[in-house]
Design a protein around this ligand. Structure first.
Ligand code: TXA
Ligand code: MG
Length: 313
């Protein structure tokens, strides 16, 4: 299969409307989309990615009124989050309508709903007849791609088309929050923090990060290189021929290869996945200068911990 590069959102939407799978840009990471009401098309997403069938997909819309086509009800707290953060890098888990095929939600009675802010994503979704089910556009288990080039490195020859766009601004996937339970739970940390969510709807839990999001059971974000997080006296722990991703400071008089992830959580988020995907081409071991986790950096810390399998030296 030859993967077609598409530069206009409407052309990409025409393919979706015909039941094809199309990769597309969003402000978090690139997505791999299909018509959420077309079971066969959605099945192809799982096949292409090699994605386990028990990991549900997020359904994307461009218009607020389309949320009602996906979700059975929109509780008050969900409405408040929609007012505050849509369009943006957040996914709300709501009770699903029966019309959404089971394959989309891996058999769950709930569904993740997201409205991307990226203008190309928005134009594309507006031109699709139905909401679009889409996971991140990586092969299952790998870091999510944040550019069209990186998306093609995983999916060239495997998808009919990619809608090309700019580099994803945020760089890590959306914050996922479950609003179907008594007390809302963050299932996946992201750019929008627990504090920002709580400023809108009051206290939320994070127990779900471990327990409830089906996707968090599977291996994630692993590049084709060993990733090790470092704290303390970093320099003494590095091995030759490796690369160090710096976050807080480059160790003094350090001679080895480094990639600077930038200053502070937003820049680390923006750069992490692309840096992992670049570095895997040249190095067997990637060291990351790790930091103390707090609410402002929890999203990017989570991705680093998963990429490394939790190994901190
Ligand atoms: O930023 C994003 O969210 C990107 C872009 C493309 O929108 N998408 C994305 O999709 O990251 P994916 O499939 O890579 O991750 C979706 C996460 C998984 O951890 C999945 O388990 C969780 O959301 N999820 C989806 N639907 C769910 C549901 N009904 N209940 C609980 N967790 C759900
Ligand atoms: Mg993913």
């Amino acid at each position: 299969m030859k993967t077609q590069r598409i530069h206009t959102p409407i052309k990409a939407a025409e393919l979706i409307n015909k039941g094809e799978v199309v990769a597309f840009p969003t402000e978090t990471v690139y997505g791999l989309g299909a018509d959420a009401f077309n079971e066969e098309a959605v099945r192809n997403i799982f096949k292409i990615k090699g994605r386990p069938g028990d990991n549900p997909l997020i359904v994307h819309v461009a218009r607020l009124e389309d949320i009602k086509r996906i979700a059975k009800e929109i509780p008050g707290k969900a409405m408040a989050l929609i007012d505050a953060f849509f369009p943006g890098p957040i996914t709300l888990v709501l009770k699903k309508r029966d019309e959404i095929p089971d394959i989309v939600t891996a058999g769950l009675t709930t569904v993740g709903v997201r409205m991307p802010r990226d203008p190309i994503a928005s134009a594309f979704l507006s031109a699709c007849n139905n909401p679009v089910a889409a996971p991140s556009a990586n092969l299952s288990g790998r870091p999510s791609p944040t550019t069209s080039e990186e998306t093609l490195r995983d999916l060239e020859g495997k998808v009919p088309a990619i809608l090309t766009g700019s580099r994803s601004n945020v760089g890590i996937e959306s914050t996922v929050i479950d609003l179907t339970v008594e007390s809302p739970q963050i299932l996946r940390p992201g750019h929008i923090t627990k504090e920002e969510v709580e400023a809108v709807i009051g206290p939320v839990g994070t127990a779900g990060v471990i327990n409830r999001s089906p996707g968090t059971r599977h291996t994630h974000y692993k590049p084709d290189a060993k990733v090790i997080l470092l704290k303390g006296d970093i320099k003494s722990k590095l091995t030759p021929g490796s690369v160090l991703f710096t976050t807080l400071s480059k160790p003094e008089d350090f001679e080895g290869d480094t990639i600077d992830l930038g200053k502070g959580p937003a820049e680390w988020e923006h750069n992490l996945f692309l840096a992992l995907r670049e570095a895997e081409k040249r190095y067997d071991t990637i060291y990351i200068e790790f930091f103390d986790i707090d609410e402002s950096n929890r999203g990017v810390a989570d991705r680093m911990l998963r990429a490394s399998g939790g190994e901190i030296r």
